[in-house]
Design a protein around this ligand. Structure first.
Ligand code: HEM
Length: 511
């Protein structure tokens, strides 16, 4: 009798364990064809991935798409609703990061907290947010304003060099905020070094750009092996990644020692080191976080400000309308400050439209799902790489009719910002617990640059030797940070009063 009861109990237990461990009966979301071992590798786009990903939603009739590359499940979210439901509302499950084998493990960018998970990530993100809380503009605004006044002066002096001037300005702002380092007026070596380093990072961090990201075992093959050129590249680029973090930090520490440092994230954090705890450990966190600030901060802003100039160049009527609004408020008597923002809704709509039209991070940074989940009747497997396709969301014609047209009016109703239109700024900076912690700095930087440029300059098409207007090609460089390729334009001061205002504002901010 006893043995029958034990047998029955065992069968019940086995059945329960089987039901629990049985693979989900729900289907995976639809997506491109998969073949054994390689999965959808052959279907994966090599450039402008976000456009192919968006097209898949149309082809397969679903805003959630599944692909698989060499055993790694990839879930692509092509609508704001899906990103909101999963990445925001279920943020506790969706805030991991996939392995970035090429960028983090081989090239040495693993010190960036955007690639970290767990306590290492929390410690660094907490420190960042303590020093740059979104509630306190006093920390970054004076520096931002000071650099934008220099930008205006440089546009007066060398308008044709505007692409470099924009890059140099925001590289300088970020170096000042992160390390308190003053840069050279042009061709600063740290800004140049950063430009190259970020260039290598944005190539390597595109999901699937290197096969080793989908087949991590490849990281162990020797450099001389045929097809292992990625290992040689990684070795050269590794030095760049470490210099990027270590050099500015070392300069900042040196300046503290010499008593010449300016207050910054690094100086303030080092001042607050707790001598009763492991000082080297705390110093490492400060160094990584300052490096993160430096790497995440400047290139995105540069891309948006350059896209803004491009948008104004292609849309002279919109440029004139924004200038009229600025002139009515400022009366040609002063330059705009960020406190003017509530009184300039048209300009704010222009800025939102730039972020929507040419978002610099079309697929953001991928997240990772930590546990099995279900959504809209689909099974989403634990460990999946989750791609929030920001480009698809910001070009969804249901939310933004005629999505390829640059049209700030879409955000306005009766002369005010219309709260019923989805705000691109809630998409362009990512999602959930990973939402960009520098978004407030970025939005203010772009807004202030736009207000300052438009109130003092006109942006016209450049002309060729025969006097014909040169049409901008609107070509972009496709990488993790999407940015316009160099284009020509003619930037001229609007009046002698504008020239005077630029000079006097520069004198005030530098003296
Ligand atoms: C136009 C400018 C910017 C854009 C479009 C942008 C966009 C983004 C996006 C899409 C992410 C990934 C979010 C996610 O995983 O869901 C991100 C992460 C991040 N951004 Fe930004 N960003 C900008 C400027 C800045 C600035 C100025 C800073 C610093 C001052 C900054 C610091 C960071 C950091 C530290 C992370 C990593 C967050 C984490 O993994 O916890 N960003 N940003």
């Amino acid at each position: 009798m006893l043995s029958w009861s034990v047998l029955l109990l065992c069968i019940t237990l086995i059945a329960v364990v089987y039901i629990w461990s049985k693979p989900s009966v729900l289907p995976l979301p639809p997506g491109p064809k998969k073949i054994p071992f390689l999965g959808s590798l052959l279907e994966m786009p090599r450039t402008l991935e976000w456009q192919t990903f968006a097209q898949w939603s149309k082809d397969y009739g679903s805003d959630v798409i599944h692909a698989r590359v060499a055993g790694v499940d990839i879930i692509i979210l092509n609508s704001i609703q899906a990103a909101h439901d999963l990445l925001d509302r279920r943020s506790a499950l969706y805030s991991g990061r996939p392995r970035f084998v090429m960028a983090a493990e081989l090239m040495g960018w693993g010190w960036q907290f955007s690639a970290m998970i767990g306590e290492r990530w929390r410690e660094r993100r907490r420190l960042f947010q303590q020093r740059f809380p979104s509630s306190n503009n006093a920390v970054h605004q004076p520096r931002l304003t000071e650099f934008i006044r220099v930008l205006q002066l440089q546009l007066l002096e060398s308008p044709d060099d505007f692409m470099n001037i924009v890059r140099h300005t925001f590289g300088g702002v970020i170096l000042a905020l992160a390390y308190g380092i003053k840069i050279e007026p042009t061709n600063d070596p740290l800004v140049k070094m950063a430009e190259y380093a970020i260039h290598t990072l944005t190539i390597a961090a595109v999901p699937g750009a290197f096969l080793v990201d989908v087949l991590p075992i490849l990281k162990y093959i020797p450099e001389w092996f045929p097809g292992a050129s990625f290992k040689r590249k990684a070795r050269v680029w590794r030095e760049v990644a470490l210099n990027f973090r270590d050099m500015p930090f070392a300069i900042s520490e040196q300046e503290i020692e010499q008593g010449t440092s300016q207050p910054s994230f690094t100086t303030l954090c080092l001042d607050d080191l707790d001598p009763t705890r492991d000082v080297e450990y705390q110093r490492q966190i400060i160094k990584d976080t300052a490096g993160m600030f430096f790497s995440a901060g400047s290139d995105n802003i540069v891309s948006v400000v350059q896209s803004f100039i491009l948008a104004m160049l292609c849309n002279p009527d919109i440029q004139a309308k924004a200038q009229l609004e600025l002139d009515e408020l400022l009366q040609h008597q002063r330059l705009a400050v960020y406190d003017d923002e509530p009184f300039l809704p048209y300009l704010s709509a222009v800025v939102k439209e730039v972020f929507r039209w040419q978002n610099p991070t079309p697929i953001g940074i991928p997240h990772r799902l930590d546990q099995d989940d279900t959504y809209k009747g689909f099974h989403l497997p634990a460990g999946s790489m989750i791609i929030g396709n920001q480009w698809a969301m910001l070009h969804d014609e249901n939310d933004y009719p005629e999505p390829f047209k640059f049209n700030p009016e879409r955000f306005l109703k009766n002369g005010h910002l219309d709260p019923t239109v989805k705000d691109p700024l809630s998409v362009a900076f990512g999602f959930g617990r990973r939402f960009c912690p520098g978004s407030h700095i970025a939005v203010q930087a772009v807004w202030l640059a736009a207000a300052s440029i438009l109130s003092t300059f006109n942006i016209y098409k450049a002309v060729d030797n025969e006097g014909n207007a040169i049409e901008p090609s609107l070509e972009y460089h496709s990488a993790l940070i999407y940015r316009p390729l160099p284009f020509k334009c003619n930037i001229k001061p609007r009046s002698t009063e504008a020239v005077f205002l630029v000079h006097s504002a520069f004198d005030q901010s530098s003296g």
